[in-house]
Design a protein around this ligand. Structure first.
Ligand code: ATP
Ligand code: NCN
Length: 216
């Protein structure tokens, strides 16, 4: 039987409750067999984060360790080049059966940036795209995405058929939390308790991450 696999890529600098809650809610709503969080080793559109790829991976591993619906995939740390999503999808597809369904989760802000991604027009050959609403983001889709949305979007994520090729919007509990906000709070010496899992908070404290810096 075809499997249903979701992936959420991110810099996860650090991973926070909106990533985790969104991933869990989508996994439940779409009855996914697996939802993998994939830390970006070298985020293509950002300056290098202060936390190393290994530290960001470790925080994601701690965050999901007691949640059987969520898993971590470290393949982007095993590639010695920028973490392009098309490469990740091609590599995943090489491990799946042809009829397995692959769902790429993107927050609204990430989705709006799609036309700037490496070989972006090929992404839907490998996966469906699930767009997560994000309360802290602008609402207009860029012009470059209008035709794609008109041709490929379906109203109900339950209506996504086949292994790849369509776009749907998914509901998640709106959480206006960002990693930027968390880094800023930590730089100011303030608490981020309840914005990240306790195990992630302990890791940040043990490794002295995000102290005295205002970004990245
Ligand atoms: N609060 C949120 N609600 C919905 N989606 C989110 C939220 N925060 C992040 N995402 C999505 O999760 C994915 C990974 O995000 P990322 O690791 O860049 O976190 P971030 O909080 O956006 O980080 P930063 O503040 O450093 O830009 C992206 O697709 C992003 O849109
Ligand atoms: O493939 C690309 O060109 C590309 C460009 C920008 C971002 N991405 C991916 O999008 C995900 C979210 O990125 P970010 O920078 O918002 O954390 C993460 O998995 C990145 O690797 C991918």
């Amino acid at each position: 039987m075809a499997r249903r696999i979701g992936i959420l890529g991110g810099t996860f600098n650090p991973v926070h409750i909106a990533h985790l809650r969104g991933a869990l809610e989508v996994a439940e709503q779409l009855a996914l067999d697996e939802l993998r969080l994939i830390p970006s080793a070298r985020p293509p559109h950002r300056t290098a984060p202060q936390a190393t790829a290994e530290q960001r991976l470790a925080m994601v591993q701690l965050a999901v360790e007691r949640e059987p619906r969520l898993a971590v995939d470290d393949r982007e740390l095993r590639r010695d080049k920028p973490s392009f999503t098309i490469d990740t999808l091609e590599s995943l597809r090489g491990e799946l059966a042809a009829d397995d369904q692959l769902f790429l989760l993107l927050g609204w802000d990430a989705f709006c940036g799609l036309p700037t991604w490496q070989r972006w027009a090929e992404l839907l050959q490998h996966c469906h795209i699930l767009v997560l609403q994000r309360p802290d983001a602008d609402s207009e889709a860029p012009e470059a995405l209008r035709d794609l949305l008109a041709a490929r979007s379906v109203n109900d994520p339950q209506g996504l058929v086949g292994p790849s090729g369509q776009i749907a919007f998914v509901w998640q509990t709106p959480l206006a939390v960002s990693a930027t906000q968390i880094r800023h709070l930590l730089a100011e010496g303030r608490s981020v308790r309840f914005l990240v899992p306790d195990a992630v908070l302990a890791y940040i404290q043990t490794h002295g991450l995000y102290r005295g810096q205002t970004d990245s």
